[in-house]
Design a protein around this ligand. Structure first.
Ligand SMILES: [Cu+2]
Length: 526
């Protein structure tokens, strides 16, 4: 009769155990990724428009318009997924700068004649009436300008190419009281196209990039630029940037020299320090250019899309796309890899935009068919979300306001994020502010509501519409309540005022021979 000795039995036992372990391991590694860890992407859906310029409006809807024939704006309602045409501006809005104003109107500066030449026109879109109002022309054309809302509600416009295709070196401030432009002739400098501008209040604005050195812009009087503050990377053309809390900026990816492949490096600067300087932050897993960076209500910076830019001489390289999603935690200075998108290339002319429900709209891409997809971050799968049950529609500076929520014992933060306005990998509107608050308790010690403070320093929160999120102790945010901060009302220019302005007629757009992908034409952007 066949028998096993003791050592054979032990060996067989060990082998069986190993086989079980291996099977379990394979099962774990092939299981569907847990959305509570990596988030989840919706399916890709088609749209009638390529959302190249995209802004959140105070009613929670999203306005967008395409490249080429840019005077084709649409409004999408994230709540019921309806998309509809809205009124036209009367000229080509492609390549303009955009940001919402203190009362929620959308300010749009510049536009497209032909690559790389810009219009001097500017307009204000009223999201209630859907009317576009043309305001006085700027000093010269602006193709790829940045619009930055200032602490007093005025609108700064920086850079952009003129009608002849050279950089307009003079920033201008639109005065919302007098409906006129203040021209900062003392700040004469050709800077990057779509520069990464952040208002700090008190007349101080910071330009974080993209190409070459960063600088402060003093907008008082005739204006002036500070001496340069060199980035660690030297330059980040086609990269992206966010101010992730007041005075703290993160620059991400891009190319450190013209024609170079993308970098995965990132760097930060603290403008609250006496002599700010750039320091490398942790690097992303993937190198990227034409990516998008979005401030999220859990305090992280989400990075989506882009290209590794490996194909020599290609401005918008769809052959080396990046689908991995990553977010950066400023407290730990670490990047975490999240679920990859659906495999649709989102490069040049793509966008990402935070929606009031905490999801992120990802869309566009010049080399991509018109479509969108929505990313739901891990915080949407980590248990019941808190809910804001009561909050005011508007709040003033230096005031506190009452907020009621569910999960009162678990509320750990109140955070506000300004409505985003994004194009060309830079969000000209988003701002992040963590608010101080107190718990209000009844006699039994039960929390009844919260008193939340709006800072008195307008530089921290330029006036306008913000998403208010109540966030619990697991860093899970509520859906936002959209609230107006500051009492700014924008009065549109009168007919008499506009008749006195000699507005230049705008030539009709001719799509023939418009070299949208011309590498050389993108000069100070690429
Ligand atoms: Cu473009």
């Amino acid at each position: 009769m066949f028998t096993f000795d003791r050592s054979t039995v032990l060996l067989l036992g060990a082998l069986i155990l190993l086989a079980i372990l291996a099977a379990t391991f394979i099962q774990i590694t092939t299981a569907a990724p847990d959305p509570a860890v990596v988030g989840k992407w919706s399916k890709v859906k088609s749209w009638p428009v390529k959302s190249v310029h995209t802004s959140l409006l105070p009613d929670g809807k999203v306005i967008m318009w395409p490249s080429n024939a840019g005077d084709n704006p649409y409004i999408w309602n994230p709540k019921n997924d309806e998309i509809r045409r809205t009124d036209k501006a009367g000229y080509n809005l492609f390549c303009a700068g955009l940001s919402t104003m203190g009362d929620g109107k959308l300010f749009v500066a510049g536009g497209h004649i032909v690559t790389p030449k810009g219009l001097k026109a500017a307009s204000i879109f009223d999201p209630v009436t859907k009317d576009w109002t043309r305001i006085p022309d700027m000093n010269a054309g602006r193709w790829y300008p940045t619009v930055t809302q200032l602490a007093n509600g005025d609108m700064l416009v920086t850079s952009g190419n003129t009608e002849t295709g050279v950089v307009n070196p003079i920033p201008q401030v639109y005065d919302i009281q007098s409906n006129s432009w203040r021209t900062l002739t003392g700040a004469n400098l050709a800077v990057s196209l779509y520069p990464w501008m952040y208002d700090l209040g008190g007349g101080r604005v910071f330009m974080a990039g993209s190409r070459g050195a960063s600088r402060f812009l003093d907008i008082s009087g005739k204006g002036s630029w500070s001496s340069p503050i060199e980035m660690k990377s030297g330059s980040r053309g086609s990269g992206t940037s966010v101010m992730y809390e007041y005075g703290k900026v993160l620059n991400i990816g891009g190319r450190t020299a013209s024609g170079a492949p993308s970098t995965n490096t990132a760097e930060t600067i603290n403008l609250n320090s006496a002599s700010p300087s750039w320091k490398y932050a942790a690097s992303m897993k993937e190198p990227r250019q034409h990516a998008n960076a979005t401030l999220l209500p859990n305090g992280t910076v989400l990075v989506t899309g882009g290209s590794k830019g490996l194909k020599q001489g290609e401005f918008d390289d769809e052959t080396s796309p990046v689908f991995l999603t990553e977010w950066w935690n400023p407290n730990s200075n670490t990047w975490k890899s999240l679920a990859p998108s659906n495999g649709v290339y989102r490069g040049y002319h793509s966008i990402a935009l935070l929606l009031p429900d905490g999801r992120i709209l990802v869309a566009g891409g010049e080399k991509t068919a018109n479509s969108y997809e929505i990313y739901s971050p891990p915080y949407l799968f980590q248990g019941t979300r808190p809910e804001i049950t009561s909050a005011p529609d508007k709040v003033g500076y230096g005031k506190s306001f009452d907020v009621k929520t569910t999960q009162k014992n678990k509320i750990a933060y109140f955070r506000m994020i300004r409505l985003g306005s994004v194009t060309h990998s830079f969000n000209q509107g988003q701002r992040y502010e963590e608010l101080r608050f107190k718990k209000v308790k009844d006699k039994k010690g039960t929390i009844t509501k919260f008193k939340v403070d709006i800072p008195s320093d307008r530089g921290h929160m330029p006036p306008g519409y913000y998403m208010l999120f109540a966030v619990n102790n697991k860093n899970v945010p509520s859906e936002a309540k959209i609230i107006k901060v500051g009492g700014v009302e924008v009065t549109l220019p009168t007919t008499a005022k506009m008749q006195s302005e000699a507005l230049e007629p705008i030539p009709a757009y001719n799509s023939k021979e418009d070299p949208i992908h011309d590498h050389a034409a993108h000069g100070n952007f690429e």
